[in-house]
Every structure is written in structure tokens, then in C-alpha cells.
Design a protein. Structure first.
Lengths: 341, 262
């Protein structure tokens, strides 16, 4: 424009200049009309209070207030619960001793790590015992806290029984405690591994509650895949674990397909944007990738087979952790985009 | 024992925010973060841990003759929002500590001396009312002025409302009053006035009704609120089924492979 101002004077120049300015006005009008049209069809217009946009496009639900400890706890709890199941069933089916030991230690480690994670997420950590004032079956969090408590007790009894059996003369007592602990693990473990799915599913967050039936199975399978992976990385290579790994990866693949094949707006954060991307990465690492690796390992010689299983194990563990974080992230997006309905 | 309720009439509200101020003063609620939203004259935007009464400013197209508006200026609807104190309250059911209780007045009260700030009520409130105060750590919401009701006083917001847009009384009385008011408004030609009282939804009715104009959603009031207890059955069925499959599957996996080894 500054160039145009220095246009040579004279009638011709002035006329040409006027014409140019007139053309420019037409262009501006066209641009404005285009903007107007795009405003009308897109949601990018100035927020108003309306039926479609709600109150000035503001979310009508609150975002979850949970901190990073919670998705990590979902992961740790899922591993612990399924490790408890594996150790108990290995014990009762006469499985190898080192597998029972590794699995029950893993279960106890998870049970020990879980409370600090949960407590540090609380707004008032000093009041964590308030959770134990009541048992409310209608509150998945209350059920979960008691399942955690029961499971911790079970793994503690199982592990102490084992220790007594190995290091003490009262082997009978040790064996008895071990069996009691393992039976209790069978009761509490599956609940502990799957309740987190109910916990986030039974909320007002659309992306979560639309998947209420899927989530408990998803989280339990994710936990199982991770536990099998950790045990394999600790050197366990039983065929039973391989089968469980295949089962978990198969379930995770089915869950991924289920999420992908939906088309409703409420679950869009599971497929679109940053949360959709993370869900997909977590899903691929927990489902199809370990599944393919494990199946491939069935058809090669033992040594490369073991390597393939290790890759599958790493993939499943990482995928399981990412999956929990991804679902929580998707919940945030879902709540942020919520409109009254 | 009585069942008390609020009836908030947006056709009477003048947007003075006295209810917000009164609520904060009586309950000693700390100030909000502040800042300019750019969305009408509303800088608080929503109910939250530090906002237990919130006046919504719904700006509309110019509409002559309604509410004393000049024909050329935009029409206004104001509505003072508050915790709905649901009959089937998501927050109350979800609270794992029992900090949330049902009072003798029918309202939902959050006992601040028990709440440990787990945040589960935040994601189980179908109206997005409860929130965790990041500084305090606990969740907060409208108390329905439980202390004042105990002393036979009006809730602070209802007491200060200069136009009686906020009415407080017996639930059934207020339902009748709301009906009468709607009839009156319709007679006057304000045909889009309607009662917001979701008795048919699974929250089973609330202790806070509203008279709104037009689409309730423009007030961020959901036409079909769902208390998430509705999902519990499906969730636990899935959890039980998963548990069964996991136990059986693990057993099977180890049995099959043991036979091979033997």
C-alpha cells in the first residue's frame, strides 16, 4: 500500500488509483461474505448461548481432577490383580515354583505400590482413612478400595505363608497360609484388576460411560497382558504364559476394533485428536503387535521364538501403561467438549 | 421434617448477582480466580468449588416488549444456577467416604470435615456442579444453607434476592407456584417460558427447579440428566463376566500346558 501512495500524480494516475481502490472494496466485501458464510456453517462463530452450543460453548460437565498417579495406579492395580490370579492358579495346577514365586511377588509389589499412589492423589492425603468409614456397593470407588485392601491382605498372607514354608520348620502352617492367601487372591484379584473399568465407566463423562461394558474387560485384559509381559521379561517362559499372552492380546485387538468401529460423537475423543492418537498407539502395542509377535513365535525355532516373545512382552507392558493414560486423557477431552443433552 | 426446594425464575432475574455475593459472604467461600471471560457479563462462567450460586447471562436477539427491553437492544435472560440437590444424586452415591449425605430437608450435603478430596463426585455429577478446590484439596458445592435451614432461616441467596426470582419453600408448594407462574406467563404471551424440573429422568427430580425461556440447553441445563448409577449394573456384569473368563482362561492355559509337559 505504501508503494501505491507514491503513485505518479496526474488525472490518469488518479483514475487508475480510484479503480484499484474500488476493486479492492469488492475484494474486501467478497472476503467478508465468505467469512460470514463460513461462520454460519462452522462452529467457529462467536460463542452464543443456544440449544446446540449450550451456554457459550462452555463445557457443562467438570473435568476429572485426578492427577498422574491415578492412571499409573490403574496400570499397577491391573498388573497386581492379574498377577495374583496367575500365581494362585499356577500354584493350584502344580505349576513351576519359580513362576508362582515371581507372580506372587509381583502381586504383592503392586499391592504395596497402590495405596501410596491413591493417597497422594487425594486432595487431603491425611484423610485417606475416611475411605474405610463405610462400604458402599453403589460406589465403585468404595468397592475398589475394599477390593484393594482385601487383595493386599491376600497377597501378604500368600507371600508370608510361602516364606514360612521355605525358611521355617512349621511347613504345614506355611502351606496352609499360602493356600488361604491364594484362594483369597482368586476372589479379590479379578475384581481388583477390572473394577477400575467400572470406576471410570460409571461416571458422567460421555467417552467413558458409553463404554461401560467394554472397560472392565479392556482393563483386565490390558493388565493380564502386562503381567504376562513382566513375568516373561523376568525370565519365565512357560507355554501357559504364552497362551495367556495370546488371549490378552486377542481381547485387546477386539477392544481396539470395537472402539474404532463406533461412530458416535460421544466417543469421538477415543478416535480423534491427541487422545485418539494415544489410544491407538496404546491399542496397537497391547493388541495386534504382541498378537502377531506371539503367533509368529509359534512357527520359528526356540531361540528366535523366545526373542519374539520378549518383544511381545515389552510391547504389551508399554501398551498397557499407555492405554490407561490414554483413556484418562480422553475423559478430559470428552468432559471439556461436553454439551447439555 | 420438610422437603425444601428452590424455584429460580429466570423471567424475574435482573442479573444483579446479589445471590452470588450473599452466598460467598454467608458461607465464607473464597474468591474466584477472576479475569475477564469476554462472554456476556459473566466472568464466573460456571458453578464450581468456589461458586455455589452462579448467574447466567443469556444474550439474545433484539425482542421488543419483553422484560422492558428497548426494541433495538438485545434481549436478556438471566438465571441464577445452583446445585440441583437431585433425588437420585450421582455424587452422593459415588462418594466413597460417606462425606455426602442426604439431610432432613431433602438436600445433598457435603460434610467438609470428612471429604478427603478423592474427586469422584466431580465426575459423577450429571450437572457439572461439584468441583475440587485445587488449593484446599477438598470438593465443595452448595450446602443449601443447611445451617440456616436448621435455624429456620431462608438460604442466603433466597433472602437477598430483590425480585424474588429465587424462591425457597416446600417442594410441592413450589411446583404448584411454578405451574401458576407458567400459566400466567403464557397468558401474557411469553410462550417460550417453561419449567425445568427433570422428574422423568433417572435423577428422579431435583430440589432446585427453574423457570427458563426457550431451550433449557442454552442455560447449560441438560434435558435428560443421567446419574451414573445407571451404568453400574452393566459395569459390574462386565466385571463379573471378565473375572470368570480370566479365571477359567488362566486355569485352562495352565492345565493344557501342564498336560503337554507331562
Amino acid at each position: 500500500m505504501s508503494q501505491a501512495h507514491r503513485f505518479p500524480p496526474g488525472l490518469d494516475g488518479a483514475q487508475r488509483r480510484s479503480e484499484q481502490k474500488e476493486t479492492r472494496l469488492t475484494t474486501i466485501r467478497k472476503e467478508a461474505e465468505l467469512q460470514l458464510a463460513s461462520r454460519e456453517i462452522s462452529n467457529l462463530s462467536l460463542p452464543v448461548a443456544s440449544g446446540e452450543q449450550g451456554y457459550y460453548c462452555l463445557p457443562f460437565l467438570k473435568e476429572p481432577t485426578w492427577t498422574w498417579e491415578v492412571p499409573l495406579y490403574f496400570f499397577v492395580g491391573g498388573v497386581a490383580g492379574t498377577a495374583g490370579v496367575i500365581s494362585a492358579i499356577a500354584r493350584f495346577t502344580g505349576g513351576p515354583d519359580e513362576l508362582i514365586e515371581e507372580a506372587s511377588r509381583l502381586a504383592m509389589l503392586g499391592a504395596v505400590l497402590s495405596p501410596p499412589l491413591l493417597i497422594s492423589d487425594l486432595g487431603r492425603p491425611a484423610r485417606f482413612l475416611a475411605m474405610l468409614r463405610v462400604f458402599k456397593p453403589q460406589s465403585p470407588m468404595s468397592v475398589g478400595v475394599w477390593a484393594l485392601l482385601g487383595f493386599s491382605g491376600a497377597t501378604f498372607v500368600a507371600n508370608s505363608g510361602r516364606w514360612i514354608r521355605m525358611h521355617h520348620r512349621c511347613r504345614g502352617l506355611g502351606r496352609f497360609l499360602e493356600n488361604i492367601g491364594h484362594i483369597a487372591s482368586l476372589a479379590f484379584g479379578p475384581v481388583f484388576a477390572s473394577y477400575t473399568g467400572v470406576l471410570i465407566g460409571a461416571t458422567v463423562v460421555p467417552a467413558w460411560n458409553r463404554n461401560i461394558s467394554l472397560l472392565p474387560a479392556h482393563f483386565a485384559a490390558s493388565g493380564l497382558g502386562a503381567t504376562v509381559g513382566i513375568l516373561e521379561l523376568r525370565g519365565q517362559s512357560q507355554q501357559g504364559l504364552q497362551l495367556l499372552g495370546i488371549g490378552a492380546a486377542l481381547t485387546e485387538t477386539a477392544v481396539g476394533a470395537r472402539v474404532e468401529l463406533r461412530h458416535d460423537q460421544a466417543t469421538a475423543p477415543l478416535r480423534n485428536g491427541s487422545s485418539g492418537l494415544i489410544i491407538r498407539i496404546g491399542g496397537a502395542l497391547s493388541g495386534p503387535i504382541p498378537l502377531a509377535l506371539r503367533l509368529a513365535s509359534l512357527f520359528v525355532r526356540p531361540k528366535p521364538a523366545l526373542r519374539l516373545r520378549r518383544y511381545a512382552a515389552i510391547s504389551a507392558v508399554v501398551g498397557s501403561a499407555i492405554t490407561r493414560a490414554a483413556w484418562v486423557h480422553a475423559g478430559h477431552i470428552s468432559a471439556k467438549n461436553s454439551r447439555p443433552e | 421434617m420438610k422437603t425444601s426446594a428452590f424455584l429460580t425464575d429466570s423471567t424475574l432475574c435482573i442479573g444483579c448477582k446479589a445471590c452470588e455475593v450473599a452466598c460467598k459472604e454467608w458461607n465464607e467461600v473464597p474468591p474466584d480466580a477472576g479475569g475477564w471471560s469476554g462472554l456476556s457479563y459473566d466472568n464466573t462462567l460456571a458453578l464450581g468449588a468456589r461458586t455455589w450460586r452462579h448467574v447466567k447471562f443469556i444474550e439474545g436477539m433484539p425482542e421488543s416488549g419483553v422484560g422492558g427491553n428497548a426494541p433495538e437492544s438485545s434481549s436478556w435472560n438471566f438465571s441464577s444456577d445452583v446445585c440441583k440437590h437431585c433425588e437420585n444424586a450421582g455424587c452422593l452415591e459415588a462418594c466413597p467416604t460417606g462425606a455426602m449425605v442426604r439431610t432432613e430437608f431433602g438436600s445433598v450435603f457435603l460434610q467438609p470435615d470428612i471429604c478427603n478430596g478423592c474427586g469422584y463426585c466431580v465426575v459423577t455429577c450429571p450437572f457439572g456442579v461439584v468441583d475440587k478446590d485445587p488449593e484446599d484439596g477438598r470438593a465443595f458445592k452448595c450446602t443449601f444453607c443447611y445451617d440456616r435451614q436448621k435455624a429456620d432461616l431462608l438460604p442466603a441467596c433466597a433472602k437477598v434476592c430483590p425480585t424474588e426470582s429465587i424462591q425457597f419453600g416446600e417442594l410441592d408448594d413450589l411446583r404448584q407456584r411454578a405451574q401458576d407462574r407458567i400459566t400466567e406467563l403464557h397468558d401474557r404471551g411469553m410462550n417460550d417460558a417453561a419449567i425445568y424440573d427433570p422428574t422423568e429422568s433417572n435423577v428422579g427430580g431435583t430440589h432446585a427447579m427453574f423457570i427458563v425461556r426457550g431451550d433449557a440447553r442454552s442455560y447449560n441445563l441438560p434435558p435428560h440428566p443421567v446419574a451414573p448409577t445407571a451404568y453400574l449394573r452393566q459395569g459390574w456384569i462386565s466385571s463379573a463376566f471378565t473375572s470368570g473368563v480370566m479365571l477359567a482362561g488362566t486355569l485352562l492355559a495352565f492345565m493344557i500346558t501342564r498336560e503337554r509337559r507331562a
